[in-house]
Write a protein that binds this ligand. Structure first.
Ligand code: BG6
Length: 497
């Protein structure tokens, strides 16, 4: 829920403005918001990076990337020129206090600030090691807070929020020395996706779903985040991270928390986040005792996806030949809450797989009567599938009688989001930047959420390391190693591909 109704005049300062995130995500999102009249007219965007550049050169660099963004804003190129009048460049270093003095004079010179520093949103699009220094410099320069209670100063940071539990705690502690928790916006772009936001509405506004969304009716849940892309040019980062840190600790934990949480008291940011934290804290440590419990890790080999050649992970530039970093993982977990206790939740994510798809599947227990012959159905479960991306939507799968037979056959009711929403669905970054400007923290991660997620993931990663588990090779274009299917098969289940 938004805490402020309208956007006040503001400045956004982007640290690391010469990077891809700025030109591929942040500027297109801000441009789209501007085009739709959602930023007002009194605002400034300051891109800050080390290399010297004029405003004009910065605009040209951004334009080269932004023009390829598939957004309606570009239907009117003159809007871009108008928008650029709000974009400025500052050459400087987030580590250097003098940069912040320059920034202050640029902020004070803005016509709508009347000599003051005004409302500021600081966006750290830089390596996480730099977050604490930037936060400290913002604070010591006097930019971190304002004596005017109507003025805001907020800090947005991008994942990773730490590398393990200890470093996540340290980061939270360092940031808290300079900013209050209600000023810190930890971005997880999955929370900005419309279909992810819809999970709560689907659950708590629909009795037909909520009444069966529990351990009495659910056989199991599947959460699959499959990507067709390989690690590409990100090997340097990815090899230090792997699927568990890159996808599970953040995006997938967020999906788990929304799917398993109890009804929040209200849609207030803290009520929702309180319930999410309870779920993450209630995750049972993943056991490794038998094949049904084991954690599968995989690494893609060389091969092809469609007609495209894929270089095997170990041959990707920047990856050590003996790397054991997982590009795929699958495991079964449980959330010990009153609603979900003992419902198996199967997680699967990986790179260079056969299909890009993010889906949450709820599979319901089979009916106990034997009136109809379920044996002729390929899969005996009713299911509710939330398609997060692509083909955003929801489908309900059930059985009907096969004409003139006692046999049943599966049928599907399908809701496709874009059919119901004629205007384009806002991108995750549009939604999140707009919320941060309004002071709404609902879709941002609180410090205790990130620590709780590490409390679960860190021991899992450590146990894989201790056991010196070698990831299973898998072919690009497949759905991961065979062991992932075995994990399902031993529970009498199968992945929905
Ligand atoms: C990022 C990960 O957070 O999410 C990437 O670092 C991954 O490795 C990306 O590719 C996936 O995002 P999306 O929105 O394409 O599912």
């Amino acid at each position: 829920m938004n805490t402020e109704k309208t956007i006040k005049p503001f400045s956004i300062v982007i640290f690391g403005a010469s990077g891809n995130l700025t030109s591929l995500k942040l500027i297109p999102a801000l441009f789209e918001l501007y085009h739709r009249g959602m930023l007002g007219k009194e605002f400034a965007i300051f891109g800050l990076a080390r290399r010297p550049m004029t405003d004009q050169q910065f605009h040209e660099k951004l334009f080269d990337d932004v023009k390829n963004a598939d957004k309606c804003g570009f239907a009117k190129p003159e809007t871009w020129d108008e928008f650029c009048q709000h974009i400025h460049y500052v050459s400087g270093d987030g580590n250097d206090p003098s940069t912040f003095e320059t920034l202050k004079s640029r902020l004070a010179a803005l016509p709508f600030n009347n000599g003051k520093l005004g409302n500021c949103l600081f966006y750290c699009s830089v390596k996480p090691e730099l977050f604490p220094d930037i936060a400290a410099n913002i604070s010591s320069s006097g930019l971190g807070s304002s004596s005017n209670p109507d003025e805001f100063r907020r800090l947005i940071i991008e994942k990773p929020f730490g590398f393990d539990l200890a470093s996540a705690r340290k980061l939270n502690e360092e940031l808290s020395r300079h900013f209050q928790e209600n000023q810190i916006y930890r971005i997880d772009h999955y929370l900005g996706k419309e279909t992810v936001q819809n999970i709560l509405a689907l659950r708590f506004a629909n009795r037909i779903f909520e009444s069966v969304w529990n351990k009495d009716h659910l056989d199991h849940i599947q959460i699959s985040v499959c990507e067709k892309v390989d690690v590409g040019e990100r090997a340097g980062y990815y090899d230090q991270s792997g699927a568990l840190r890159d996808m599970v600790q953040n995006h997938i934990m967020q999906l788990v928390s929304l799917v398993a949480m109890e009804e929040p008291k209200s849609l207030n940011a803290n009520d929702i986040r309180n319930e999410k934290v309870k779920v993450i804290k209630a995750i049972r440590p993943v056991c490794e005792n038998n094949c049904c419990c084991s954690v599968v890790t995989g690494q893609y080999t060389g091969g092809k996806i469609d007609d495209k050649d894929i270089v095997g992970y170990l041959d990707a530039p920047g990856v050590p030949k003996d790397s054991t970093t997982e590009t795929f993982t699958a495991f079964r977990m449980y959330v010990d809450t009153p609603t979900m206790k003992d419902v198996p939740i199967y997680i699967r994510t990986g790179k260079a797989l056969g299909k890009k798809t993010t889906e949450i599947g709820l599979f319901f227990k089979t009916v106990t009567n034997k009136l109809f012959d379920q044996a002729c159905c390929p899969n005996g479960f009713n299911s509710l599938i939330l398609r997060i991306q692509p083909n955003d939507g929801v489908s309900v799968n059930f059985f009907t009688r096969k004409t003139s037979q006692i046999c049943l056959e599966p049928r599907e009711l399908n809701f496709y989001y874009p059919d119901a929403c004629p205007s384009p669905i806002p991108s995750a970054y549009e939604k999140l930047l707009h919320d941060a400007l309004l002071g709404d923290q609902t879709l941002f991660i609180r410090s205790d959420e990130t620590e709780a997620a590490w409390e679960f993931i860190s021991p899992l990663i450590d146990s894989i390391k201790e056991k010196q588990k070698i990831p299973q090779p898998y072919e690009p274009g497949s759905f991961g190693p065979a062991k992932s299917d075995e994990l399902m098969a031993c529970g009498g289940r199968q992945w929905r591909n």
